[in-house]
Design a protein around this ligand. Structure first.
Ligand code: IMP
Length: 428
């Protein structure tokens, strides 16, 4: 399938980095279409670990062209730092990277606004990554944003920076405003940072259309997850971009027919970082076990992740929102030692039973999970290279998930290593 979309089916951190990394071997083009450096995609290359925040996962592969689409928000300082950290010769990354002129910039004022807004919210804070993501997208919607392509004309760029900073100066403490809202300083510093990228600015839609017509394999790399989508997620505890498959079109400049297959990535259990509803969260020893065995600490912020059982009500919503063709189940091995494994198949709230996501946010916040417990397998799954080698109870667990969701589980990740991946169907 030439155009494949990989989407987080839960609240992010599903292990998309490893999956995209494994699939990138076959990709001619790897594309980020939303989010910014709030993402943290861990990949292993030549035995070395890399965490990509803003660069697409194919950047280390000579064959792949890597695109940052117009739906992404780019912090030029972070982009520069990340390129320096991967120690790729400049000539190599210049050959492999292109950026949409429509991508909006994250400036220092956006970081300051993000921090100030979180501090103001107090106990109602969202728990953002404090990377300036929300304020940059807010500027985009308010038409006060500054775009990558604006940097091609310095005078125009200065005018855009002025509009942006003028709209924020009064909202920040005086001292902070002086630091981050000086038009001349921000213009000069940002233009200097963007200089190496100016000739990499393209219309990603045109490039993708040409690639598709030439039969190239295109991999769209989702960041965050379905339940963090600005529209369909657990609003207001969401990120500010469209994390669902529809985000590919609005974030790159292609139409829906240019997508051939959409796969969702889900852990074999569930996690979430930051605040917001999480019906299957475990506050007990099992939650602790999942956190410690699963290494559930944020790749970007290092915060401990909230852990819980798999939630079929939530995944059913993800399957529908994304038109999922299949599921990729990750971290199966984290469940290896457990006696029994819970799966939430419905919610209960105020005497009502929900098998679909509650429309009422107050019901959602109060919802109790209805669990089915399946037997654990109490043996290692990590050595299995084909489905049939998995313990019978692990196979039964996966078959049951397929049945509940009416969706095939096409790949299973059973360890950190790139090779610890069971492929049941060719997906790309
Ligand atoms: P923001 O994207 O920094 O505005 O944060 C909004 C919410 O999305 C917070 O709950 C974050 O923890 C969450 N979030 C943002 N990026 C990621 C991610 O890559 N993985 C998991 N959660 C994320």
């Amino acid at each position: 399938m030439p155009s494949l979309v990989i989407i987080g089916a839960q609240w992010g951190d599903e292990g998309k980095g490893k999956i995209v990394d494994a699939l990138a071997d076959q990709a001619d083009v790897v594309v980020r279409f939303q989010g910014g450096d709030n993402a943290g995609h861990t990949v292993f290359h030549d035995g070395q670990k890399f965490v990509f925040h803003i660069l697409p996962c194919g950047i280390l592969r000579p064959r792949a062209m890597n695109l940052i689409g117009g739906g992404v928000v780019v912090n030029p300082t972070k982009l520069t730092e990340e390129l320096a950290a991967i120690r790729l010769p400049e000539s190599a990354w210049r050959r492999r990277l292109r950026i949409s002129g429509e991508a909006h910039l994250i400036l220092d004022c956006h970081l300051a606004l993000d921090q100030a807004a979180e501090a103001r919210r107090g106990s109602l804070k969202i728990g953002t990554t404090q990377r300036g993501i929300g304020p940059a997208y807010a500027d985009r919607a308010a038409r006060t944003g500054v775009r990558m392509g604006d940097s091609l004309e310095p005078d125009y760029f200065r005018a855009r920076v002025k509009i942006c900073l003028d709209s924020h100066r009064a909202l920040l403490p005086k001292e902070r405003a002086r630091e981050v809202c000086d038009v001349e300083k921000v213009t000069e510093e940002t233009l200097a940072l963007l200089k190496p990228f100016r000739d990499l600015i393209v219309d990603t839609g045109v490039l993708l259309d040409t690639a598709r017509r030439n039969g190239k394999h295109i991999l769209y790399e989702g960041a965050q997850g379905t339940m963090l989508d600005i529209g369909a997620g657990t609003y207001p505890y969401v990120t500010s971009s469209h994390t669902i498959a529809g985000g590919v079109c609005v974030g790159t400049g292609i139409g829906p027919h240019a997508i051939d297959r959409i796969l969702g990535v889900s852990k074999a259990y569930a996690t979430r970082v930051g605040e917001g509803p999480f019906t299957t969260e475990l506050h007990d020893a099992t939650g602790e076990i999942l956190r410690s065995i699963g290494g559930e600490y944020g790749a970007t912020t290092k915060r401990p992740r909230r852990c819980g059982w798999l939630d079929i009500v939530q995944l059913r919503r993800a399957a529908r929102l994304n038109s999922l063709d299949g599921l990729i189940l990750t971290k199966l091995d984290v469940l290896d030692g457990l006696e029994q494994i819970g799966v939430c198949t419905a919610y209960r709230c105020g005497g009502k039973r929900y098998t679909e996501w509650p429309a009422n946010p107050v019901d959602l916040a109060k919802a109790e999970p209805v669990y089915t417990f399946l037997p654990g397998w109490k043996q290692t799954t990590t050595g299995a290279t084909i489905f049939q080698q998995l313990p019978a109870s692990a196979r039964a667990y996966i078959n049951q998930i397929e049945h509940w969701l009416d969706l095939p589980v096409v790949m299973i990740s059973n360890g950190q290593d790139r090779k610890q991946l069971i492929t049941r169907r060719k997906v790309f």
